[in-house]
Design a protein around this ligand. Structure first.
Ligand code: HEC
Ligand code: HEC
Length: 229
């Protein structure tokens, strides 16, 4: 019994030491983004990202919160900056971004970029007329109104290009539609050279709905659309 207790004591001591070492290592290594994502930063009034963006960064349509998993780290970081400065307005995210240090923002951006995008959305057997219209706009544009194909900047598969142009494929329909409206009204600014404000400002409400439906139906992780046909 004594031996058992001693061993238990030693194990507890070792566990305590390991814990202390881990805590010290984390302090040196900087913020722990997985913890920030799941627990937030109560002392700075930052709720867990997961509460709105989902446990795996998959996005929650019910919260109007986009998917973050698999987005480009540079893009995520730039958006957190835009929310912090107020160039991009959205009260909840403005408050969240204010509560994060630059190190924490950078760590979270790298963390979410490293998570796999969610599996492809269920594919409807026959694409709706709206999706077909959206596909046309996405891949061919509407030159009569000076709207280039979305694919020219967002890549043919809608997966985005580097840190500047984000992925649209597999993002929620309501989120995409909401952002197009915010660009058009100027509520969302901070887009490089005002490119997206110019594009969104030329779209009709019906075109916005159609292209949002199209990209929401596209898989987030693979190029399966052959291009204009
Ligand atoms: C209270 C809910 C809520 C919390 C908590 C929250 N977000 Fe958000 N987030 C949103 C919503 C809603 C949007 C969409 C804003 C808009 O429509 O412009 C958003 C947008 C974003 C975007 C822009 C993505 C894009 O595709 O442009 C990033 C990046 C982001 N959030 C990161 C975070 C991080 C990191 C955390 C945790 C530190 C976090 N959010 C916590 C609700 C939340
Ligand atoms: C000339 C290049 C260009 C074209 C064409 C373009 N976009 Fe964009 N788009 C951008 C850039 C750059 C951003 C990032 C803006 C920012 O940093 O806030 C963006 C952002 C977006 C976002 C926000 C995504 C998010 O995660 O928050 C949506 C939605 C969007 N574009 C939809 C479209 C649609 C739909 C079309 C076609 C009708 C289109 N874009 C055409 C350059 C372009």
């Amino acid at each position: 019994m004594v031996g058992f207790r001693t061993r238990l004591g030693a194990a507890a001591l070792l566990a305590g030491l390991a814990g202390a070492t881990l805590a010290a290592a984390m302090a040196i290594a900087g913020p722990d983004p997985a913890r920030l994502a799941s627990q937030g930063l109560p002392e700075a009034g930052v709720p867990p990202c997961a509460a709105c963006h989902g446990a795996k960064g998959e996005g929650l349509e019910s919260q109007g919160a986009p998917r973050l998993a698999g987005l480009n780290a540079g893009y995520i970081g730039a958006q957190l900056d835009a929310f912090r400065s107020g160039r991009r307005k959205y009260a909840m995210m403005n408050a969240v971004a204010h509560g994060l240090s630059p190190d924490q923002s950078a760590a979270l951006a790298a963390y979410y970029a490293s998570l796999p995008p969610p599996a492809a959305p269920p594919v409807s057997p026959a694409a709706s007329t709206q999706e077909a219209l959206g596909r046309d706009l996405a891949l061919r544009g509407d030159w009569a109104k000076g709207v280039p194909p979305c694919a020219a900047c967002h890549a043919p598969d809608g997966l985005g290009v580097g840190a500047v142009t984000p992925a649209l494929a597999g993002q929620g329909r309501a989120y995409l539609l909401g952002e197009l409206r915010r660009f058009a009204s100027g509520e969302r600014a901070g887009d490089p050279l005002g490119l997206m404000r110019a594009v969104a400002g030329r779209l009709t409400p019906a075109q916005m709905r159609a292209v949002a439906a199209y990209y929401a139906s596209r898989p987030a992780g693979a190029n399966t659309d052959g291009g204009p046909s």
